[in-house]
Design a protein around this ligand. Structure first.
Ligand SMILES: CC(C)(COP(=O)(O)OP(=O)(O)OC[C@H]1O[C@@H](n2cnc3c(N)ncnc32)[C@H](O)[C@@H]1OP(=O)(O)O)[C@@H](O)C(=O)NCCC(=O)NCCS
Length: 180
C-alpha cells in the first residue's frame, strides 16, 4: 500500500534532486531561515548539492519530502560528532542534528513540517543509542522556534555559527517518549 493522499513521505535525496534543491536555495523564505544577511541571494552558502548527495553517509545525509509524489522540501540529518566538517564543534556522542526547510511556498503551514520532523525524530530515537536531537535555528526565526518548541524542543542557548546568530534547541529522548 502506498501513502494516503496528502501524506508526507521522506526518501533519500538523489542527484535528480539537485535542480530543485538549487531552486529552493533561491527562495526568499528559505534564504531568510539560513542567514540574517539581507543581501544574501541564496541559502546555505552555495552548497554543492551534487557533492553533498554523492558524499552522503550515515553521519550526514539529505532527505526529500514528497506529498502526492511532488517534492516540497528537504531535511539534513547529521551525527554532529562524526560529521566531517565538525560544524557543531565539540559535542557529546550519540546526538543527531536536523535541518529542515520546505521549499515550496504553498506547502508551508499545512502540518507537513510537523510530520517530517516527527518521522525523522522517531527514526533517530529508534536507534537506542541516540540520546538527544539538536537544532540551530536563527535567533531571529521566531516562527521556527514556536514550531520546534511545540514538538518538545527546549532552548539550550544563543550561539554563533559562522557568524550566524542562532538559538540552539535540544530534544531529549525522555521528553519525546513522554509525548508519544
Ligand atoms: C519551519 C517549517 C519547517 C515548519 O513547517 P510547516 O509545515 O510550515 O509547519 P506546520 O504547519 O507543521 O506548523 C506550523 C508552524 O510552523 C511555523 N511556521 C509556519 N510558517 C513558517 C515559515 N514561513 N517560516 C518558519 N516557520 C513557519 C510556525 O511556528 C507555525 O505555527 P503557528 O501556527 O504558531 O504560526 C517551515 O515553515 C519552513 O520550512 N519554513 C521556512 C524555512 C525555515 O524556517 N526552516 C527552519 C530553519 S531552522
Amino acid at each position: 500500500m502506498g501513502p494516503s493522499p496528502h501524506e508526507v513521505t521522506l526518501r533519500p535525496a538523489t542527484l535528480d534532486d539537485v535542480p530543485i534543491l538549487q531552486k529552493w536555495d533561491r527562495e526568499p523564505h528559505v534564504i531568510a531561515c539560513s542567514t540574517d544577511n539581507p543581501a544574501a541571494t541564496t541559502a546555505f552558502d552555495n552548497t554543492d548539492w551534487a557533492q553533498e548527495i554523492t558524499g552522503a553517509g550515515d553521519a550526514d545525509y539529505h532527505l526529500i519530502a514528497e506529498v502526492d509524489g511532488r517534492p516540497i522540501g528537504a531535511m539534513q540529518v547529521i551525527d554532529p560528532l562524526a560529521e566531517p566538517t565538525h560544524y557543531w564543534g565539540e559535542v557529546e556522542p550519540h546526538l543527531r542534528a536536523i535541518d529542515i526547510w520546505i521549499g515550496e511556498r504553498d506547502a508551508l503551514g499545512r502540518g507537513y513540517g510537523t510530520s517530517m520532523m516527527t518521522q525523522v525524530i522517531d527514526g533517530a530515537f529508534a536507534d537506542p543509542s541516540t540520546v538527544a536531537i539538536i537544532i540551530d535555528p536563527l535567533n531571529s526565526n521566531t516562527d521556527a522556534h514556536r514550531f520546534y518548541q511545540r514538538l518538545g524542543f527546549r532552548v539550550v542557548g544563543r550561539r554563533s555559527f559562522d557568524g550566524d546568530d542562532c538559538l540552539v534547541h535540544r530534544l531529549d529522548r525522555t521528553t519525546w517518549q513522554d509525548r508519544r
